[in-house]
Design a protein around this ligand. Structure first.
Ligand SMILES: *Cc1c(COP(=O)(O)O)cnc(C)c1O
Length: 396
C-alpha cells in the first residue's frame, strides 16, 4: 500500500477565508475590484510600512508591470538573479528586452554583489546600463540588500525586489518588500500565504502605483467612450480572491513560525549526517524559511541528489531539486551571465547539489518524521530500532 502523499508546500487555509468569500457573495462583489481589493492593498502596505500596493492577478504580472513602469523596452538590458524560478525573468522577454544573469554568492544563495559590480562596470564601458536589476530572495532568505542597494544607487539603476518567496522575512529589522523601487509578492498556491493565485506590486512611489492601476485595467483614458492611447493589461485581482488574501495575511506570522519550526526540526535531525549543508541564514536577517533547502556532498554522503530524490519519491514524498539557474535554461541560451568568481559558479553548484524538502506550514510531526527517516536511512543505511530510540531522545 502506498503511503499518503506529502506535498512540498500545499496551501494552508485558516478557515476564516470562507467567511470573506461568503461576504463577497452576499454583497455581490464578485467582479474584479471591490472593497476587499482596497483593504488587502492597504493591509499589505501597512504591514510593510510602505506607501502603497496594487493587488494583481499574479507575481509575474507584478514584475511585468514594474518593468513596464520603468520604461523597459525592446533592446534594453535587465539584470536578474540567475538562481530563481523562470517567472522572475519571463517578463523581461515580454518586453522584448535582454536579460543578463547574475550568479549567487554562498552566504545567502542570492545575487552576488561582486558579480553585479562586474556586470555594471562592463555595462558602463558598453554605454548600455540596465533599466532595472531584479533581485530575488530565494526560499525566503533576503539577499545582501545593503551591498546590492548601494551598488545600484551608485550606478543609478532601480531595483525590483522579487519577494515572491519572502513575505514575512526581515533584513536588519526591515521587512522584505521595501528594498526595491518596486517590490513584488506572489500569492500562488505554493507560497507562504495564498489567494489561490495572485500577486502584489509595492512601491514608495504613489504616482507610479496609480499608473500601475491604469495599466492593469486595460489603460482606459478618461473619456465617456472607450478610448485607449497606450497598451494595457488585464492584471487586477478579483474581490473574492482579495478576501481570501486578507484572511491569510491575518495568520502570516503563525505561518512563518511554523515554517521556521519545520526548518529547525530538519536541522536538528539531519545536520550530523555526513555531507549535508543547510541553506544559511544571514546574520541580522530572519528568513521565513519558505522551503527548507540543503546541499548534499555526494562523496561524503555516499548518495547523490538524484538518488535521494528518487528514494523520497518512492516513499510518496514530494521533494525537489533547487531551481535550475536561468543562464543554463534552453529558453535563455546565449544570454550573458556573470559568475560570482571568475572560476566559481555558485548557482550552478547549488543546483547540482541542492534539494528542497516538504516545508508546508501544515506539515505534521509524523509526516516530517517520515521525511527525516527516509533521508537518514538513505544516507546511513537502515538503522536498528534501538538506534532510532536513541536518536529520538537526542534530537526531538
Ligand atoms: C512564484 C514566484 C514568482 C511568480 O509568481 P506567480 O504568482 O506564480 O506569477 C516569481 N518569482 C519567484 C521567485 C517565485 O517563486
Amino acid at each position: 500500500m502506498t503511503k499518503p502523499k506529502i506535498l512540498l508546500s500545499p496551501p494552508h487555509m485558516s478557515g476564516k477565508e470562507i467567511d470573506q468569500v461568503k461576504e463577497a457573495f452576499r454583497t455581490n462583489w464578485i467582479a474584479p475590484l471591490g472593497p476587499n481589493v482596497d483593504a488587502f492593498e492597504n493591509e499589505i502596505a501597512s504591514y510593510l510600512g510602505a506607501n502603497g500596493a496594487v493587488a494583481v492577478s499574479s507575481g509575474t504580472a507584478a514584475i511585468h508591470l514594474a518593468l513596464s513602469l520603468l520604461g523597459v523596452q525592446k533592446g534594453d538590458k535587465v539584470f536578474c538573479s540567475t538562481l530563481t524560478f523562470v517567472a522572475s525573468a519571463n517578463p523581461i522577454l515580454y518586453q522584448d528586452a535582454e536579460p543578463v544573469f547574475i550568479d549567487s554568492e554562498p552566504d545567502t544563495w542570492n545575487m552576488s554583489p561582486q558579480a553585479l559590480e562586474r556586470a555594471l562596470t562592463d555595462a558602463v564601458l558598453e554605454g548600455n546600463l540596465p533599466k532595472a536589476v531584479i533581485v530575488v530572495n530565494l526560499y525566503g532568505q533576503i539577499a545582501k540588500m545593503d551591498e546590492l542597494v548601494s551598488i545600484c544607487n551608485r550606478y543609478n539603476v532601480p531595483i525590483i525586489e522579487d519577494a515572491a518567496e519572502s513575505l514575512g522575512s526581515t533584513y536588519k529589522g526591515r521587512p522584505s518588500g521595501v528594498f526595491g523601487k518596486f517590490s513584488i509578492f506572489s500569492f500562488n498556491g505554493n507560497k507562504i500565504i495564498t489567494t489561490s493565485g495572485g500577486g502584489m506590486l509595492v512601491s514608495g512611489d504613489l504616482d507610479a502605483l496609480k499608473k500601475a492601476r491604469f495599466l492593469a485595467t486595460q489603460a482606459k483614458d478618461a473619456s465617456p467612450h472607450y478610448q485607449h492611447s497606450v497598451c494595457g493589461y488585464n492584471y487586477r485581482m478579483s474581490n473574492i480572491l482579495a478576501g481570501v488574501g486578507r484572511a491569510q495575511l491575518d495568520v502570516l506570522e503563525s505561518r512563518v513560525d511554523a515554517r521556521r519550526h519545520i526548518f529547525d526540526r530538519y536541522y536538528r535531525c539531519l545536520v550530523n549526517l555526513p555531507g549535508i549543508n543547510f541553506m544559511p541564514e544571514l546574520l541580522h536577517t530572519r528568513t521565513n524559511r519558505w522551503l527548507t533547502a540543503f546541499t548534499i556532498n555526494e562523496h561524503e554522503a555516499g548518495v547523490s541528489v538524484g538518488q535521494l530524490l528518487e528514494t523520497l519519491n518512492a516513499e510518496n514524498i514530494e521533494a525537489r531539486p533547487v531551481w535550475k539557474p536561468l543562464h543554463l535554461q534552453p529558453l535563455f541560451k546565449g544570454a550573458k551571465y556573470y559568475p560570482h568568481e571568475r572560476t566559481g559558479h555558485v548557482a550552478q553548484e547549488l543546483f547540482e547539489k541542492g534539494i528542497c524538502l516538504p516545508s508546508g506550514s501544515s506539515l505534521t510531526d509524523d509526516e516530517q518524521d517520515r521525511v527525516i527517516d527516509c533521508i537518514t536511512e538513505t544516507i546511513n543505511g537502515p538503522v536498528t530500532s534501538e538506534e532510532v530510540i536513541l536518536e529520538n531522545m537526542r534530537y526531538r
